[in-house]
Design a protein around this ligand. Sequence first.
Ligand SMILES: [Zn+2]
Length: 147
Amino acid sequence: MNKAFMREPDPDSRVVCPQCGSLGLPVGNGPLDRYLRPGSRARFGDSAWYCSYLHCEIVYFNQFEASARLSDLKSSVYPYDVDAPICACFGCRYDDVEADVAAGEPVRIRQLLERSRSPDARCETVAIDGQCCLKEVQRLYLKLRAR
Ligand SMILES: [Zn+2]
């Protein structure tokens, strides 16, 4: 990850979504190549930002006024489609998290945690936001468990 995004918030250096103002997450070639249709992919260079606000239709944008919307994606993707895999590396789905909640023990999530530490985890290049999915999986587990 670019260290510039790790430091204290600084209004001049943060990159926010042109539509909703959410802070962008930096992504490289991997996610752009994987998720964008070729025509949309051509609008971007080697990097862009991902807008993580679920209700915003912008998915990727850059500082040169290029942006890609949900309709520019090759396929439906979590979290916009809850039936799509949450984890781009190992295919963990909403149903798996639900099954863990029903079983009263996060067996699948523990397996995912282990695999996420292996070299097979390639979140930076295969996840739509370039981030590891575990935070989202854990958030979902706690949310479903509280129901
Ligand atoms: Zn946005």
